[in-house]
Design a protein around this ligand. Structure first.
Ligand SMILES: *Cc1c(COP(=O)(O)O)cnc(C)c1O
Length: 368
């Protein structure tokens, strides 16, 4: 059967803003200021303001944002960094790239974010930082995390790659940590038309270090104080992002409405667990993820009905071949392991229609 409900549809959104985006791209092309031009600076200012922080440094992608933030905070060999095993590998990869050790803490089975009650037991004298991930657009519980950071003098780097605009206690995520990292991968809530990312912070010294690290260790051209990497936000992507930033709140609100409708329609579906919202938060549903018992049978049946789905993520990170060297066996993080076998991501994007959501929910209810 043809696809009746795609998992994601980036074309509808482009059609709605086509003229503005095309003009913004054209302006950059005509200016020929492709790298670190005014379009990049404009977006950095716009995005910092949006997040409620003083500074934003555009970088090449969200993975680099994490690596550069850790590096700029001085994290490296001999250090330990705590994060969740239930995230995209970019989070833990960034830790390993600095040569620090990845230390996982299991997730809270309701929020799917790092279990704040289990962090303290993993803190050692080598622990330097915690990376909470606002998974699926749901804010991590930042207050207890910030208390631990204060008590043990740890740095906090928010991985906000899936949570542009999500609100925790009346403030947007990205404004809580020493630094916060965003991805503008095309499918993210705020997506570029290629790879792009950013670090936001209130610390001017950190801004300087991140910019330097991301520009071959040079503050001034050809004066390389250290070795760095090439990781810059290019002007065309920045121009696209500035256009899209004007609509992000409206799009996030539509995602939230879609999520609410899904949750309402699925509440009597046997065995289906719908997302939980932490008190005092406004999640932005980068993904709408349910738990089901028979996921692996359900996916092909939904596909037969023209419904595309995904799994985010099929494995808890510590069980992947990439982390075999950590020697963590099955059972090490039972909550993360359990949901990895039960998670099912349903179609989610702002332009999804009510009738599409009804069709998805009716089909699920006829199959579970
Ligand atoms: C997408 C993502 C990243 C990486 O971002 P890229 O722009 O793809 O490099 C990091 N962390 C999380 C949680 C993500 O979802």
């Amino acid at each position: 059967m043809e696809t009746r409900v795609p998992f994601l549809d980036l074309k509808i959104q482009y059609q709605q803003i086509k003229r503005e985006v095309d003009e913004a791209i054209q302006r950059v092309v005509e200016s020929c200021a492709f790298i670190k031009g005014p379009a990049t600076r404009d977006f950095e200012n716009n995005f910092a303001q949006y997040c409620g922080v003083d500074y934003c440094v555009g970088v090449a992608n969200g993975s680099d944002a994490l690596y550069l933030a850790l590096g700029a905070l001085g994290i490296g060999e001999g250090d330990e960094v705590i994060t969740t095993p239930d995230t995209f590998i970019a989070t833990s990869e960034a830790i390993s790239l600095t040569r620090a050790k990845v230390v996982f803490v299991d997730i809270n089975p309701q929020t799917y974010n790092i279990d704040v009650a289990k962090i303290e037991q993993k803190i050692t004298p080598r622990t330097k930082a915690i990376i909470p991930v606002h998974l699926f657009g749901q804010p991590a519980d930042m207050v207890p995390i910030l208390e631990l950071a204060k008590k043990y003098r740890l740095k906090i780097i928010e991985d906000a790659a899936q949570a542009h605009g999500a609100v925790y206690r009346k403030k947007r995520v990205g404004s809580f940590g020493d630094a916060a990292c965003f991805s503008f991968y095309p499918g993210k809530n705020l997506g570029a038309y290629g790879d792009a990312g950013a670090v936001v912070t209130n610390d001017p010294a950190l801004v300087e270090r991140i910019s330097m690290l991301g520009d071959h260790g040079a503050k001034k051209k050809y004066i390389h104080e250290i070795e760095g990497v090439n990781s810059r936000l290019d002007s065309i992507q920045a121009a696209v992002l500035s256009v899209k930033l004007k609509y992000i709140d409206e799009w996030n609100e539509k995602r939230r409405n879609n999520a609410q409708l899904y949750t309402e329609l699925l509440k009597d579906a046997p065995g289906v667990i719908t997302p939980f919202e932490l008190e005092n938060t406004k999640p932005v549903y980068h993904l709408y993820v349910i738990q089901v018992d028979n996921r692996d049978e359900l996916i092909p049946k939904l596909a037969e009905h023209g419904i595309a789905t995904g799994i985010h993520y099929p494995f808890a990170l510590h069980l992947l071949p990439a982390y075999q060297h950590l020697g963590l066996k099955e059972g090490a993080y039972p909550e993360a392991e359990k949901v990895a076998g039960r998670f099912l991501s349903l179609p989610m994007y702002p332009e999804l229609s009510e009738s599409q959501i009804e069709y998805v929910c009716d089909t699920i209810k006829s199959l579970v």
